[in-house]
Ligand binder design. Structure first.
Ligand code: NAD
Ligand code: UDP
Length: 335
């Protein structure tokens, strides 16, 4: 792995391009939860990978096991600054994703999604390469249509505490489409639904990591609201497979595509499963529901099934077992 601490940007020489045998794939946010799994999969497939990350919510430890791979290059950079490098393909994942993380500095979140997306789109335009945007089910807000198909325009509060993320991601989709229409850039939009698995940060505040960490530590599981709100949880390996398939899809597939697991659970059911699987004696406590918290969420994945021949394979129970093992090892110092 080559590591660069350049805060501005790294410029790659043209003759490097001639020497290379595999594609150079840029993954912004590559040191994060999803990004690190994506970098790993792309490297395994023989690609060279450039991971650009400002390490705000990502961690170097997420990619440390890839250090020996000469095909990985890590660039410490904020995507709000222009990105200049020689690439063949771009996955844009840079953005905080957990509600507590993205609400710490909402202006930074919004700007990362708007200015950051603009910068990587500009790079895609200059090099004539494909670019995939990690969009989100949050573009549907607190949905009034259930399950959510890609044709639904959503129900988003534009000035609430979640708006920096929801509207940032919606604006990013707009920018992607405008770059496609104005400049012919080949775009892919993945609308990712709640995804979980190893390498989530123990303290990132999302429900799966919170519940597992609380259960393993014997602390009360914190349900926000009455726990009857629903989510549909996708295991990370399934999701990353969907991203790679979407990137490889024909150029005509430039519409947003939902990627998520359509099996829907209440938050109460999730808490009960985590308690059972960890064998924890933790009790459940109820905290107030955060503002604008969506009441229900389940993807309609017909489009991904049809166009990508993709559907998740990991049942929640099995995925939770893998994730519990990860956190168990992390706390015992073995991971
Ligand atoms: P994460 O917080 O673990 O990863 C985000 C990564 O982006 C981190 O490594 C962070 O340091 C980096 N980053 C943030 N701002 C940056 C900036 N300005 N410049 C450079 N790097 C920056 O979150 P994740 O769960 O891995 O999510 C990855 C992407 O997928 C995000 O764009 C998120 O919106 C999207 N997504 C994730 C989920 C999910 O359930 N995990 C659901 C929907 C969408
Ligand atoms: N949640 C919860 N307890 C927690 C963390 C989250 O009950 O400790 C709830 C949260 O209010 C939401 C659901 O779980 O209804 C999913 O939250 P998460 O932050 O994981 O993702 P998002 O709200 O973005 O779907």
């Amino acid at each position: 792995m080559a590591y660069s601490n350049n805060i501005d940007y790294e410029v790659y020489k043209q003759d490097e391009k001639d020497e290379r045998s595999s594609r150079r794939v840029l993954v912004t946010g590559g040191a994060g939860f999803l990004g690190s799994h994506l970098c790993e999969k792309l490297l395994k497939a023989g690609n060279s990978v450039i991971c650009v990350d400002n390490f705000s919510t990502g961690r170097q430890r997420n990619i440390e096991h890839l250090i020996a791979d000469q095909k990985l290059q890590v660039v410490s950079q904020d995507v709000r600054l222009p990105v200049q490098m020689d690439v063949d393909e771009i996955y844009n994942l840079a953005s905080p994703a957990s509600p507590p993380d993205y609400q710490i500095d909402p202006i930074q979140t919004l700007m990362t999604n708007v200015v950051g997306s603009l910068n990587v789109l500009e790079l895609a335009r200059q090099h004539g390469v494909k670019i995939l945007q990690a969009s989100t089910s949050e573009v549907y807000g607190d949905p009034l249509i259930h399950p959510q198909p890609e044709t639904y325009w959503g129900n988003v509060n534009p000035f609430g505490p979640r708006a920096c993320y929801d509207e940032g991601k919606r604006s990013a989709e707009t920018l992607f489409f405008d770059y496609h229409r104005m400049h012919g850039v080949e775009i892919k939009i993945a609308r990712i639904f709640n995804t979980y698995g190893p390498r989530m940060r123990a303290d990132d505040g999302r429900v799966v990591s919170n519940f597992i960490v609380q259960a393993l530590k014997g602390e009360p599981l914190t349900i926000y609201g009455n726990g009857r709100q629903t989510r549909s949880f996708c295991y990370v390996d399934d999701l990353v497979d969907g991203l790679v398939r979407l990137m490889a899809s024909p150029a005509e597939l430039n519409r947003p595509v939902n990627l998520g697991n359509p099996c829907e659970f209440t938050i109460r059911e999730l808490a009960q499963q985590v308690i059972e699987l960890t064998g924890s004696r933790s009790r459940i406590v109820f905290h107030p529901l955060p503002a604008d918290d969506p009441q229900q969420r389940r993807p309609d994945i017909s489009l991904a099934e049809q166009e990508l021949d993709w559907r998740p394979t990991m049942a929640l129970r099995n995925g939770l077992e893998h994730t519990i093992r990860y956190f168990d090892r992390l706390f015992s110092g073995a991971a």
